[in-house]
Structures are given as C-alpha cells and as structure tokens.
Design a protein around this ligand. Structure first.
Ligand SMILES: C[S@@+](CC[C@H](N)C(=O)[O-])C[C@H]1O[C@@H](n2cnc3c(N)ncnc32)[C@H](O)[C@@H]1O
Length: 240
C-alpha cells in the first residue's frame, strides 16, 4: 500500500472519526456526510488511475496466500467476477494465467481500458459494483480492497449482490476493516474514504445470504495487515 501513497489509516468509531476529521459534527450530520465521501472514491481513482496502475505490482505479493486458498476451491477453468478490479493486476492477471474465466468491473473507465488492452481474453465493464447489471452467476467472487470504499449501507446491500452472482458452492474473497467504523486515508494527496462493519455483522450477513465463513483473519500480518474474509456459498439455495 505504501507504494500507492495511501496514508495508513486507523479504524475509528463514527464519533471519533468525525472528531479526527476536525468536524465537530453531531452524529446525524456526520452520517449524512458519509455517502458523499464514498461517492467521491469513484472520481478519485479515475483522476489518479495512472498513479494507481504504476504503483500496483503486476504479480501477486502479499495477496498470494489468500488467492491460493481462493483458487483451491474453484473448479478448473471456472468463472470469477472481480468487483472493483482496478488495473487488472495482479489479481485478475494471476487468475487468467491459471486458466480461469474472469469478468472484471470497475467504476474507473481509465482502469477498465487498461484491463482491456492488457487482457483482451477477459471481459471488462465500466460499472458501479453496487449495481453491476451482469445477469450471470460465477464460481468465484472477489472484492479485494474495494468493498471497504463503500458506505456502510451499501456494504450491507452488497451481500445481496454477492448472492445474486454466486453459483451454488461459489467462493467469495473480500477485504474489510478490522472493526466497525470509518477511516480516512489519503491517495495522491486526496482524502480516501474507508468504512467497515463489525466482524459480527459481516458474519451475520454472510450467513443470512447463504455463505459459510471458511477463513477470516483481522489485520493479517502475513498480508500487510489486511483484514480478509474467505467464504463459500452453500450448495443448496437458502438464507434470505
Ligand atoms: C484499492 S483499489 C483495488 C483494486 C483491485 N481490486 C486491486 O486489488 O488492485 C479500489 C478499486 O475499487 C474501485 N471502486 C471503488 N468504488 C467502486 C464502485 N462503487 N464501483 C466499482 N468500482 C469501485 C476503484 O475504482 C479502484 O479501482
């Protein structure tokens, strides 16, 4: 992450985050302000797409262990939906090299154009991950360092999206913050919004949408202190 000049952020509760942001806001005003911050993310990555692409390694580094666990559960040649795919590397690149069929979506047209020129065999869409408009189910779903840029309500709603796009037995890999709250970092000198639900709420959402947690590590020291979730959809329809 340091390569992308993302200032490390501390996970704070909403009140503390408001105070840290210098905003003597009463909680309701702060909560109303949150979606604006999350929406600003889309423009931010588009403005700094070149910087993001330059800074992101082409080959897996700290994600390797989690990607290995994810692919171990996929059928050979299976399909993967990469939500918030960025520049298509290292994650989609690695999946394509392993023979999986990748569909990537990202809100940044410049990053999606980069994916298309690099990996023409895959399918790439400029879309908001909150409304992906892809009427297909996949063997695997990834939201690596993208879900945490959404507001809390949007994150809750994403579990319906995950479920709608997950084939029975599909594997789901995503990152979050380690605890409930909002954290402001910075990228290329601009404020970078992150938010996280509590681990207990992610567990409840996964269960309610028919996913079983396979592995979860908060602040994984083997993965640059990412908080990572690996889950699998039940083989039979269930949940909400
Ligand atoms: C930290 S980058 C991670 C990119 C990629 N997953 C990776 O690991 O390299 C976050 C990505 O999420 C994308 N993103 C953020 N909010 C989004 C949204 N609402 N819909 C689609 N993409 C979004 C950004 O454009 C950016 O490419």
């Amino acid at each position: 992450m340091a390569a992308h000049r993302i200032v490390p952020c501390i996970w704070l509760d909403d009140q503390a985050a408001a105070a840290a942001a210098g905003a003597a806001l009463e909680p309701p005003r702060w909560k109303r302000a949150m979606p604006t911050s999350a929406d600003a993310i889309i423009g931010l990555y588009e403005r700094h797409a070149d910087a993001w692409d330059r800074g992101r390694a082409a080959a897996l580094t700290l994600e390797r262990g989690w990607i290995e666990r994810f692919v171990a559960r996929l059928p050979a040649g299976g399909s993967v939906l990469d939500l918030g795919c960025g520049s298509g590397q290292p994650i989609a690149r690695d999946l394509l090299e392993r023979g999986f069929a990748v569909v990537g979506i990202d809100a940044s047209p410049t990053l999606v154009a980069r994916c298309r020129s690099r990996f023409p065999s895959a399918e790439w869409f400029v879309a908001d991950m909150r409304t992906p408009s892809i009427d297909r189910r996949f063997d695997g779903l990834i939201a690596w360092d993208s879900l945490f840029h959404l507001g809390l309500e949007d994150q809750r709603a994403m579990f319906t999206t995950f479920r709608a796009h997950a084939a029975p037995g599909a594997v789901l890999l995503f990152t979050t913050g380690p605890e409930h709250g909002v954290a402001m970092g910075a990228f290329e000198g601009e404020p970078l919004f992150h938010a996280s639900l509590a681990p207990s709420e992610y567990r409840a959402l996964l269960a309610a949408h028919g996913f079983r947690v396979l592995a979860h590590v908060a602040d994984d020291p083997a993965c640059g202190r990412h908080t990572v979730w690996l889950a699998q959809r039940e083989e039979r329809e269930g949940g909400v």
